[in-house]
Design a protein. Structure first.
Length: 482
């Protein structure tokens, strides 16, 4: 074959057909010995030749037309009708392992044969290899092919099913923002800004503090003392949050902005803006959980609570939007004044103004009873020092000597009225010291000794009962007179 794909018409320098061995290279066929026939249906063509059953083209003949070597030299092998097959080197029936062309399918050039004969193998050797003729290849059973195809289809279906099911197993949790493996997802729970605000307000209205905080990414650390379910339950009991409506922003919110929302707190309509942060990847969060609540120092000394949770006076606490009520758990005391406050919007501070510590009605009665008992005990004392602020000196300014043990004390009419209408007030610095009003005058009389003579008379310009202070921190309660 020439480079341009045409078949050469001439012979090679040795006078042989192109592609065939020269006469000097091929041994003569042994005399009197015919070549052994190839496996039925196979035309042996030398190097690279294959069986006719594998490489023959349509129109080629099989075993018929094959000729034996030796005495039948000059006759054709099976090939295309009327054309000799190109000759190779039939050594022991071996094939060239690198051959890629099947010469049995190609005609000899110009119908020429070399010497008009076929060449056998070396003298004394059969044309087959040591293992004898190659057996025909068995066809793969049709059932096995069908089984393999069915198995392959089943494997493909199983892989698709597992891939689909695996995707479901790793779906993200819409509340926590994580996928099924617990790894935080950047976009799984990416909510629109208005959805963040609505979810935040809805969680508060439902009393779910943890869910509300899940929408918050605070700029600064927050105090969670009042950010609890207990506080929210009390808030919603005082004034529930209803009618939540959130408006989607129209401006670019990639890096955050304001979201408008309206709602009602205890039936009072509220419209506010909520600042939302954005990271540029579609993730949004609230800047703060709401506002704050300030507990004033006027309740110092008492155990106080806000919505049932203990707090310290003179302190500020982060708080959700909602209603708050201050109270005390200290026995005998109540907190009077504005004990309710409302945080209606983020960054708003709820304060308890005009607070006053007061006694319970029962404690007020205790105060009156304690003072009355102290006054009665004081008035009953006949000694110079009564122990209630009504002491008199042993010698008066005119030189008269008061006989100790002879003193009598009696409240004036005005003082008697005052003692029945005392208004107890806890001390600002220490509420356990409860002070009453000034009581007033007391009349006193005693025995006097003047120049060895004793006479009974009134003590003029004597002391009066002052303001009683009852100490509620001790038992039994005592009265201190001012």
């Amino acid at each position: 074959m020439s480079n341009d794909g045409t078949t050469p018409n001439g012979k090679n320098p040795d006078g042989d057909p192109w592609g065939g061995p020269s006469a000097s290279q091929q041994p003569p066929a042994p005399q009197g010995q015919p070549q052994q026939p190839q496996q039925p249906g196979a035309a042996y063509d030398g190097w690279g030749a294959t069986s006719a059953g594998q490489g023959q083209q349509a129109g080629q003949q099989g075993e018929q037309g094959q000729q034996w070597g030796g005495e039948h030299a000059g006759e054709q092998w099976a090939g295309q009708q009327g054309q000799p097959a190109q000759q190779g080197q039939p050594w022991g029936g071996q094939q060239n392992p690198q051959a890629t062309q099947q010469y049995a399918a190609q005609p000899g050039y110009g119908g020429q044969q070399h010497g008009g004969q076929q060449y056998g193998g070396p003298t004394g050797q059969p044309p087959y290899g040591p293992g004898g003729p190659t057996p025909p290849k068995k066809k793969t059973p049709v059932g096995l092919i069908i089984g393999i195809v069915v198995a392959a289809v089943a494997v493909i279906v199983l892989v698709v099913f597992l891939a689909t099911r695996g995707g479901g197993d790793s779906a993200e949790d819409p509340t926590t923002g994580t996928d099924g493996s617990g790894t935080e997802s950047a976009t799984a729970d990416a909510l629109a800004p208005e959805a963040v605000v609505e979810g935040f307000l809805t969680a508060i209205a439902e009393g779910d503090a943890a869910a509300a905080l899940a929408f918050v990414d605070p700029v600064e650390p927050i105090d969670e003392t009042l950010l609890t379910d207990e506080v929210l339950a009390a808030s919603n009991a005082i004034a529930p949050i209803t009618d939540i409506v959130v408006t989607a922003p129209t401006e670019d919110m990639a890096y955050g902005g304001d979201v408008e929302a309206s709602y009602s707190i205890g039936g009072t309509p509220v419209s506010e803006s909520f600042s939302v942060s954005g990271d540029g990847d579609g993730n949004y969060a609230m800047y703060a959980p709401g506002g704050s609540v300030y507990v004033p120092s006027t309740v110092s000394g008492l155990d106080v609570t806000v919505n049932g949770v203990a707090v310290e006076p003179d302190g500020s606490y982060d708080a959700f939007i909602g209603s708050y009520q201050l109270a005390t758990t200290t026995p005998n005391f109540v907190v009077a004044g504005t004990v309710d406050t409302v945080v209606t919007a983020p960054y708003e501070s709820g304060s308890f103004s005009g607070l006053e510590v007061d006694l319970t009605d029962e404690a007020k009665q205790v105060f009156h009873d304690t003072v009355r008992a102290a006054v009665d005990a004081c008035l009953a004392t006949t000694t110079l020092d009564a122990g209630c602020g009504l002491a008199i000196p042993g010698t008066l300014s005119d030189g008269s000597v008061v006989v100790d043990g002879s003193v009598t004390r009696t409240l004036t009419g005005d003082a008697e009225l005052r003692i029945g209408g005392l208004n107890p007030e806890p001390n600002y610095d220490n509420p356990f010291f409860v002070r009453g009003d000034f009581i007033g005058g007391v009349t006193m009389s005693a025995d006097f000794s003047v120049d060895g003579q004793t006479a009974r008379g009134d003590v003029l310009f004597g002391p009066s009962l002052g303001a009683p202070t009852v100490d509620f921190s001790v038992e039994p309660k005592t009265v201190v007179w001012n």
